[in-house]
Every structure is written in structure tokens, then in C-alpha cells.
Design a protein around this ligand. Structure first.
Ligand SMILES: CC(C)(COP(=O)(O)OP(=O)(O)OC[C@H]1O[C@@H](n2cnc3c(N)ncnc32)[C@H](O)[C@@H]1OP(=O)(O)O)[C@@H](O)C(=O)NCCC(=O)NCCS
Length: 177
């Protein structure tokens, strides 16, 4: 099993079968699902298990845990141009504690230090100011507006896109990753 990624308060680790009920419960919250591209609504344990078993090649997903409890997930999907699109969500009971920023900061560092990516991308729906704030705190810069599919809402919605180039300091991160 790959080494977990540790932050000040969180551990990002591989998902396990035993995570399925908590995953389905937290990601099945309408206010989580509707802000993501790919979480359907309603969500079920069966759908969560299917998702875990059918990740696309190159896709990276880690469960975000706090004091041993699964509180969300982070991950990336490689883009066709050699960059990667990152994503994250935190279960509603843990919103507003800086967890998304802390987990996504570690994910970004992992992408640059160990994933070999030189550029990362990220998008949020226009009606998701909390994610806009997280992306800004990560240092991403706007790269344009688009529309993106939302499984939960079954439609295309306006979204904002961002990008982040690998910083020079990533050379040092490689040594400590
Ligand atoms: C977006 C999400 C990941 C944020 O998680 P979190 O752990 O609460 O995030 P953080 O605490 O690290 O940061 C949230 C920031 O958004 C801000 N924020 C929260 N609600 C806001 C709102 N309605 N308007 C503006 N800013 C808001 C917070 O003040 C905070 O910024 P600050 O630290 O500058 O004060 C979480 O709400 C979530 O999972 N939502 C559903 C799924 C989702 O949106 N995933 C991302 C898809 S792009």
C-alpha cells in the first residue's frame, strides 16, 4: 500500500472497502454532490463502490482522514496535455476548518514532487465561492470561463478554470517527498 500523505492535521490515504458507507453518506449530501462534476445524486454505497473499482488509468484518489475518520477525498486525473486536473471535497460536518485547503495543498505538492506534473488545472462551478476561495489560497491563477457537466444536476453549468505551474521550490520538495 502506498505511503499515506501526512499534513499537520490530516492523513491522505488509499480508500478501502470499509470506507464505502462513509463515502456514500458524505458525498451523497446534495450540497457536496452538486458542486462536483462526477458524483451522481442520489448517491448510494453501490455507486460509491463502483466508482472505487472503476477509476480510470492514471487517476489518483486518496481519502482525507482526520483523527482516523474519513472526512473527504482529494485526487487528480491526468489531462491529455501532460498536466493534471485536481479535485477535492470535504464532508459538510467538517466545512470551514481549513481542511480542503490543507488537503489540497498536500495534493498539489504531491503532484509536483512525485507525480511529475509541470502544470495543474482546477475548475469550480460559478455558484461555488467556497471552492473559489480554496483555489485562490492554493495559488492557482484564473485561466478562463467554461461550462462543465454536473452529474448530480444532470446538466452543463458555468464554471471557472484555473492553472498552476510547478514552482521552482518543487525541486526541493522532491528531496523531501
Ligand atoms: C468547497 C469545499 C471543498 C471547502 O471545504 P472547506 O474545508 O470548508 O474549505 P476551507 O475551510 O479550507 O476553505 C474554505 C474557504 O471558503 C470560504 N467560504 C466558505 N463559504 C463561502 C461562501 N459562501 N462565500 C465565500 N467564501 C466562502 C471560507 O471562508 C474559506 O476561506 P478563508 O479561509 O479565506 O476564510 C467544501 O465546501 C466542499 O466539499 N464543497 C462541496 C464539494 C466541492 O465544492 N468540491 C470542490 C469542487 S471544485
Amino acid at each position: 500500500m502506498p505511503k499515506p500523505i501526512k499534513t499537520r492535521r490530516l492523513v491522505l490515504r488509499e480508500l478501502m472497502d470499509s470506507d464505502v458507507p462513509q463515502l456514500a453518506h458524505l458525498a451523497g449530501d446534495w450540497d457536496v454532490a452538486r458542486m462536483t462534476a462526477r458524483i451522481p445524486f442520489p448517491y448510494s454505497e453501490e455507486l460509491a463502490r463502483q466508482w472505487m473499482e472503476t477509476l480510470t488509468p492514471g487517476e489518483f484518489v486518496r481519502g482525507t482522514t482526520f483523527e482516523g475518520t474519513l472526512v473527504g477525498a482529494v485526487g487528480y486525473v491526468p489531462n491529455d496535455d501532460g498536466s493534471a486536473e485536481i479535485g477535492y471535497w470535504i464532508g459538510r460536518p467538517w466545512w470551514g476548518r481549513g481542511f480542503a485547503t490543507e488537503a489540497a495543498t498536500a495534493l498539489v505538492r504531491h503532484c509536483f514532487a512525485s507525480g511529475g506534473f509541470k502544470r495543474l488545472t482546477c475548475c469550480h462551478f460559478d455558484d461555488n465561492p467556497a471552492s473559489a476561495s480554496v483555489i485562490r489560497k492554493l495559488g492557482f491563477r484564473p485561466s478562463g470561463a467554461t461550462t462543465a457537466w454536473c452529474d448530480a444536476r444532470q446538466g452543463e453549468f458555468p464554471a471557472q478554470c484555473y492553472e498552476l505551474n510547478r514552482p521552482i521550490a518543487a525541486v526541493l520538495w522532491r528531496l523531501t517527498a
